[in-house]
Design a protein around this ligand. Structure first.
Ligand SMILES: Cc1cc2nc3c(=O)[nH]c(=O)nc-3n(C[C@H](O)[C@H](O)[C@H](O)COP(=O)(O)O)c2cc1C
Length: 267
């Protein structure tokens, strides 16, 4: 009696077939999940941006998604108007969709940004977008709060954040960073609420020049210099310098300077 030849299930062909089938199923599952979750991710990004703007402006606590009166992010952010600004002219640009425009991404596109020369690039960002976004709260007397996106190099990488100004465009209302690579406990203390609480009330410009300074030793409290000073973080000279430079850059001529001048003069 002749025996039936047994099938070799471990043959090379079978192994490849099963491996390819598993790869195909997994890739369909992963790409399906990525596509299905994209709207949720986009929504979360928008929510995150709103939270960061509100936190920098001191309207939302660091550890909560509601303010002391129980108002949520959407309700609080509704008081803001988002506008696109041409950084060279300081004029508003109405042709840009502010809900989808990303200034940082624009800075990576040679057609939408400029290469900063050595002397100009005090924030060490390489390229600066031609158009950025501003977040405004307007009251009866004009702009009451303005929030500007800022970024600049610290010790280990670029810090991304927002700087909030009062209506005089001269007094800082707050600062906050939503992304950075500084060392926890050293430069990473930029996230410490008690350090951030030292910023509101500090003055920005002196005789038309950015004058804010992060200092190890404060000037006498009744001196003019003290109005422009914030306590430096200890053990973080590079981070301090980076933060100071980025504030100077973004409020200066290469940043939002032309726009801030327009708001100051009412032009
Ligand atoms: C592991 C490690 C991490 C550090 N992280 C930072 C940092 O995030 N930011 C910073 O400015 N300096 C950081 N430093 C310290 C700097 O190298 C430098 O010593 C410091 O900025 C000096 O600041 P000081 O003059 O205030 O003491 C780090 C040093 C070490 C060894």
């Amino acid at each position: 009696m002749s025996e039936e030849p047994t099938k070799d299930v471990d043959s090379l062909g079978n192994i490849f077939t099963v491996a390819i089938a598993v790869c195909l199923v997994c890739s369909v599952l992963v790409s399906g999940a990525a596509v299905a979750l994209k709207p949720q991710q986009d929504e979360n990004k928008v929510l995150d941006r709103k939270q960061n703007v509100l936190r920098a402006a001191g309207l939302l606590p660091a550890d909560s998604n509601t303010d002391s009166q129980g108002r949520g992010v959407e309700e609080l952010f509704a008081q803001f108007e988002v506008r696109a600004v041409n950084l060279d002219t300081g004029e508003y640009v109405d042709s840009i969709d502010t809900t989808t425009f990303d200034p940082v991404r624009a800075a990576g596109d040679p057609e939408l940004s400029i290469d900063l020369g050595d002397g100009e690039d005090i924030a060490t960002i390489g390229r600066r977008e031609n158009v950025s976004l501003v977040y405004l709260v307007e009251g009866d007397s004009g702009v009451e709060t303005l929030v500007l996106p800022i970024r600049g190099y610290g010790l280990w990488g670029t810090l991304f954040g927002y700087l909030a100004l009062d209506g005089d465009m001269q007094t800082i209302a707050g600062i906050g960073f939503y992304s950075h690579k500084e060392t926890p406990g050293l430069g990473g203390e930029v996230d410490n609420p008690s350090w951030k609480a030292k910023w509101p009330g500090t003055k920005l410009m002196r005789d038309g020049e950015p004058a804010l300074a992060l200092v190890k030793t404060r000037s006498a409290s009744d001196s003019v210099a003290a109005q422009y000073e914030v306590d430096a973080l200890s053990g973080a000279t590079f981070t301090n310098r980076g933060v100071e430079n980025m504030v100077h850059f973004w409020t200066g001529d290469q940043g939002f300077g032309p726009y801030l001048d327009k708001l100051r003069t009412g032009a």
